[in-house]
Design a protein around this ligand. Structure first.
Ligand code: G6P
Ligand code: MG
Length: 220
């Protein structure tokens, strides 16, 4: 049977994608670069510094800033983002997530987190779900961003579970690719995702019934 379910954070457990977008848009505007929501979709699951590189490339300014200036820009983006998290609380859990966590606990399935966000610990704290997780991979110790499988493999290792015995849940293409590369079963939430083993429109449909059904059909 399935031994673990490993969650992405932004866009799966809580909807912080638009907060990242607002913070990046304001920071990009400071250096004369405009980004829209479609471009922002491609930044989901991508680490902070790599997101900055993509934005500068998008604006044709990848050579315009040295390492220190890049670090300062990333810090300003993060300050904006952290400020927008101030009012985050349990109400910001996406629909169905609290029930799923309870169902997984009852079924004795291990629960992990695989987010490349350095803000993940503070967000989990604000959402009040730290005790619901058995292991949260530390983004600061994983150098490679999704679609590299490293963060999911770190979560499997921390849980003591083989990747083949785990399901990963993602809202970003880079994340689905990372889950597949790890050798786990993948669940994609939202539209326009390719190659997920199971595709769901929203977290409302994300239940233990549907995850155990996926397992029975594919690995059972
Ligand atoms: C998640 C989000 C990305 C974000 C990344 C790093 O993967 O989907 O949009 O860039 O985390 O977040 P951080 O909080 O470390 O800047
Ligand atoms: Mg995400």
């Amino acid at each position: 049977t399935v031994k673990a379910v490993i969650f992405d954070l932004d866009g799966v457990i809580t909807d912080t994608a638009h907060l990242h977008f607002d913070a990046w848009r304001a920071t990009a505007a400071e250096v004369g670069i405009t980004i829209d929501e479609a471009f922002n979709d491609g930044l989901k699951g991508i680490s902070r510094m790599e997101s900055l590189q993509r934005i500068l490339r998008h604006g044709g300014k990848e050579q315009a800033f040295n390492v220190d200036e890049c670090r300062a820009l990333a810090q300003r983006k993060n300050a904006r983002y952290v400020q927008s998290l101030a009012s985050l609380n349990e109400d910001a859990l996406l629909p169905g997530i609290r029930d799923l966590l309870a169902e997984l606990r009852l079924a004795k399935v291990k629960i992990g987190l695989a987010s490349v966000s350095l803000n993940a610990p503070r967000i989990m704290q604000a959402l009040g779900i730290v005790p619901a997780f058995d292991f949260c991979a530390d983004a600061a110790r994983v150098a490679r961003s999704k679609p590299d499988p490293a963060i999911f493999l770190a979560a499997c290792q921390g849980l003591g579970v083989r990747p083949e015995a785990a399901i990963g849940i993602e809202d970003a293409q880079a994340g689905v690719d990372a889950i597949n590369a790890a050798g786990m079963l993948s669940v994609g939430i939202g539209h326009a995702l390719h190659n997920a083993d199971l595709h769901l429109a929203t977290t409302t449909e994300l239940t233990w019934h549907c995850l155990s059904g996926l397992w029975a059909r594919t690995r059972g």
